[in-house]
Design a protein around this ligand. Sequence first.
Ligand code: SAM
Length: 195
Amino acid sequence: MNRSKPDHYTIRAIKEGYPARSVYKLEEIDQKFKVIKKGAKILDIGAAPGSWSLYSLKKTGNEGFVLGIDFKDIKLKQFPNFKFIQDDAFSESTLEEINKIGEFDLVLSDAAPATTGNRTVDTARSEELVEQVIDLAAKIIAGQGYLIVKIFQGQNAKKMIDLAKEKFEIVKTFKPQACRKDSFETYIIANKKKQ
Ligand SMILES: C[S@@+](CC[C@H](N)C(=O)[O-])C[C@H]1O[C@@H](n2cnc3c(N)ncnc32)[C@H](O)[C@@H]1O
């Protein structure tokens, strides 16, 4: 597929001031599952370049709070209710900061590990990341809160879905139209954490 030519979503993202076209994946998820509420406290794992965090900040309003985490820096520092940690989301110090904030209404993870080209290594890394996200989310999400996490179809997707089902009452998968046609990504939408 020719990715040098900007598609409809890329052009729209530029016009609407979002740093990435991936915002429309979150918008579709949100329109379908109504996951982002005014005043919500949201953790955005793998937040760079920042379009999911920006969408979340706009939807949660002045009473909301978004904590973004990524290895790469992002430019949303003008929002007083946005905090950013530039680090591994699962480093000891990041986890300490997350725990200080307390419970979240929503955990988002669009994170994807850097690929090596070796399918076995890439699958293992991706699986480890999703497992870490699900485990963390199950600890920090408030009772009725939601988890949205990116997985890759075929790469042990069933194992990831089963893991989410161990921790959450309701687990669905959804592939937004905005995902590129040649992409294997899809999203787990989980809520009602098991006690
Ligand atoms: C597809 S991008 C996210 C795009 C973002 N949702 C947006 O709309 O702007 C995936 C990001 O996950 C980040 N990432 C992957 N593993 C991570 C980890 N363990 N900790 C923090 N960030 C991570 C990468 O650095 C990358 O920036």
